[in-house]
Design a protein around this ligand. Structure first.
Ligand SMILES: [Zn+2]
Ligand SMILES: [Zn+2]
Length: 213
């Protein structure tokens, strides 16, 4: 069974998740650490638990979710995985970051590994399935941990809300379709961990999310 550590980083209160198990293998979902103090918190958790990072996985290419990629790559020599459709957002991330006031001095290396729909990523003795959920951003993916009953949705689905679709590559209809035709097919009791805010469940969002009525 995977264990989960949630860290909240950068001015956008972005959720970075570390998934690991007793084998000590781990993956980092959306490293959003944006300064030395935040990097130290991320590295401190990984190092004090003697974890072995396999890769970082980006749910999408917005700057608040990828700003820590370079630091994590440097520290652990690991690849970054993302859907290939995210590439335009990586290329624009520095400009986008400056526009949002994040003024990153680092670089935004392009992802090393291209994720595909329904691909299975092994983490220790568990698995993550890639589920394409575009609409908030190009190439957005969710990651489903079947054994644990968890799904990491990035900025597609939030507790009682959905991702904005007014940024480049956003598409409202596509987002609604991603949520209803992909995420809502997961078991009702699946716990949803979003890119911002509190966790929820598929059941609760089917019942109470006013954007999806
Ligand atoms: Zn986003
Ligand atoms: Zn975000």
């Amino acid at each position: 069974m995977l264990k989960l550590e949630q860290l909240i980083f950068n001015p956008f209160s972005e959720n970075t998740y570390i998934l690991y198990d007793d084998t000590k293998e781990c993956v980092i979902i959306d490293p959003g650490c944006s300064n030395k103090g935040e990097e130290d918190r991320l590295f401190g958790f990984i190092d004090s638990h003697q974890l072995k990072p396999l890769m970082a996985i980006n749910t999408h290419g917005h700057v608040d979710h990828i700003i820590g990629n370079e630091a994590v790559k440097k520290r652990y020599g690991i690849p970054v995985a993302a859907h290939p459709d995210t590439k335009p957002d990586f290329i624009q991330a520095k400009r986008h970051g400056a526009w949002l006031g994040l003024s990153p001095d680092g670089e935004f290396p392009l992802p090393d590994i291209d994720l595909k729909d329904n691909e299975i990523i092994k983490v220790g003795e568990s698995t993550l399935e890639v589920i394409c959920t575009p609409g908030h951003a190009r190439g957005s993916v969710s990651l489903y941990a079947e054994i644990e009953g968890w799904v990491f949705t990035g900025d597609a689905l939030f507790n009682r809300s959905i991702g904005r679709t007014d940024l480049a590559g956003g598409d409202f209809r596509q987002l609604i379709e991603s949520i209803k035709e992909r995420l809502f097919l997961l078991p009702d009791d699946t716990e949803v961990f979003s890119g911002h805010g509190e966790s929820t469940t598929i059941f609760d969002e089917q019942r109470y999310n006013m954007f999806l009525g």
